[in-house]
Design a binder for this molecule. Structure first.
Ligand SMILES: Cc1cc2nc3c(=O)[nH]c(=O)nc-3n(C[C@H](O)[C@H](O)[C@H](O)COP(=O)(O)OP(=O)(O)OC[C@H]3O[C@@H](n4cnc5c(N)ncnc54)[C@H](O)[C@@H]3O)c2cc1C
Length: 383
């Protein structure tokens, strides 16, 4: 049964909406989550599971990720279920002298913020990851990087939220938002109207559509990533690995044109290798292309030659919710009282989900947050 009123409505049942539902339910705040399809049916089920700190911009981005990483350590106990969280360490493979210089500056800045990150030469990198190609010139390594199963994580958040009293309606699309005198008063859905004063936009790459319903322009663009899954293999990798070019492609939109230029690889608990990915602006098209998969395959084999012997069993693509400055959009929105943003996590939504849930729940509960959301406001794009 769909309720007719709710204290708080969350729109979107991906990892972000589910984490917020859990954090609100822990605080005993009545919450209703609306999802147009099923739980974990969009980007959060079309991604990898890096809880990677080294790819975060030194500054507020990394500070938030460090807090999220701290939260992950107790999450399995809190959620009372397995999420395949492993603090396996992470490596950024460096392929040229130019990259080595850029990464040493990047790592130095991260070290100053509190990340345990080390610069290694090629031989030391291969001591940790013997399968790395001989042509790898070096690496940065952090023992703080980790991995998790994104789908198990999302379901664990929502299941625990439900146990704590959260209401969840799937197959329920939000079609309009009622705003009266500059304040939210209702949410109109495919299954009826809900009176509410607080709406949280956690619709990931679809957040702009929800924004338009309240007269807001939200600069989030879908950025496609194509991924490969191989057959299960015996343990080949100890850590989760990115190439330094991945970090360049992540922060420099011009690099997005080079589909497949950056590479990432993780071995999952079941032994499959998940290899990604492209960074392409192609609207909401989630098709996999021969060009994209070829580019990803070529790059990974040049990084880890042994993977050439594995069969590909599946390919898929997801849409990262990209923002122009690489930071998510979080917090209350000026001009529409009761409208809260929690979207735009690009390639970091899995890693940042615990801290995002906590911060948004704090905002709803107390009107303030432990970590300032000043740098994350929608208003930064109007300056
Ligand atoms: C290839 C790839 C690799 C990635 N790898 C990583 C990684 O290793 N580590 C990491 O941290 N992040 C990674 N990410 C990023 C991460 O997947 C995303 O940031 C995260 O999943 C976004 O979650 P979300 O909840 O905001 O969005 P989604 O999971 O897309 O959820 C939004 C939900 O809103 C629903 N919705 C939309 N419109 C409506 C409506 N009108 N009414 C009701 N519901 C609606 C949708 O159906 C959807 O379920 C990767 C992403 C991609 C594409």
């Amino acid at each position: 049964m769909m309720p007719h009123t709710a204290d708080v409505v969350i729109i979107g049942g991906g990892v972000i909406g589910s984490s917020i539902a859990y954090a609100l339910a822990v605080r005993r705040i009545p919450v209703l989550l609306l999802e147009k399809r099923g739980i974990c049916s969009a980007t959060s089920c079309s991604c990898e599971g890096f809880v990677f700190l080294q790819s975060k911009k030194p500054g507020v981005h990394l500070r938030m990720a460090l807090e999220s990483a701290r939260r992950f350590k107790s999450l399995e106990d809190e959620l009372e279920t397995g999420i395949e969280y492993v603090n396996c360490g992470g490596m950024v493979a460096i392929e040229s002298r130019e990259e080595f210089e850029a990464m040493s500056v990047f790592a130095e800045q991260q070290l100053n913020i509190g990340l345990d990150v080390r610069l290694l030469d090629g031989q030391s990198a291969r001591t940790i990851e013997p399968e790395l190609s001989e042509r790898i010139a070096g690496a940065t390594y952090s023992p703080q990087d980790s991995q998790v199963n994104p789908m198990l994580l999302t379901y664990a958040f929502i299941d625990k939220a439900r146990k704590l009293g959260a209401q969840v309606c799937t197959e329920t699309a939000v079609t309009a938002i009622g705003v009266q005198n500059g304040a939210v008063e209702s949410v109109i859905t495919s299954r009826g109207v809900i009176q509410t004063r607080v709406v949280i936009n956690a619709a990931g790459p679809f957040a702009p559509e929800i924004g338009r319903m309240a007269g807001l322009a939200i600069p989030i663009t879908p950025r496609r990533g194509q991924l490969i899954v191989t057959e299960a293999a015996p343990p080949l990798l100890k850590s989760v690995i990115l190439s330094a070019a991945y970090i360049a492609a992540k922060f420099n939109p011009d690099c997005a044109r080079w589909a497949g230029e950056g590479i990432s690889v993780e071995q999952t608990a079941s032994g499959n290798l998940v290899i990604g990915s492209t960074r392409e602006f192609v609207g909401y098209d989630t098709a996999v292309t021969a060009q994209g998969i070829k580019a990803v395959s070529r790059r990974i084999v040049s990084l880890i030659p042994r993977l050439a012997g594995l069969n590909i069993i599946r390919t898929f693509a997801g849409l990262r919710p990209y923002t122009p400055d690489g930071l998510p959009i979080l917090g209350a929105v000026e001009g529409v009282e009761g409208f809260i943003m929690a979207a735009g996590h690009e390639g970091d939504g899995i890693a940042l989900s615990p801290v995002t849930g906590d911060l948004i729940a704090q905002l709803v509960d107390k009107g303030r947050t432990d970590i300032s959301l000043d740098d994350f406001g929608l208003e930064r794009f109007n300056a």
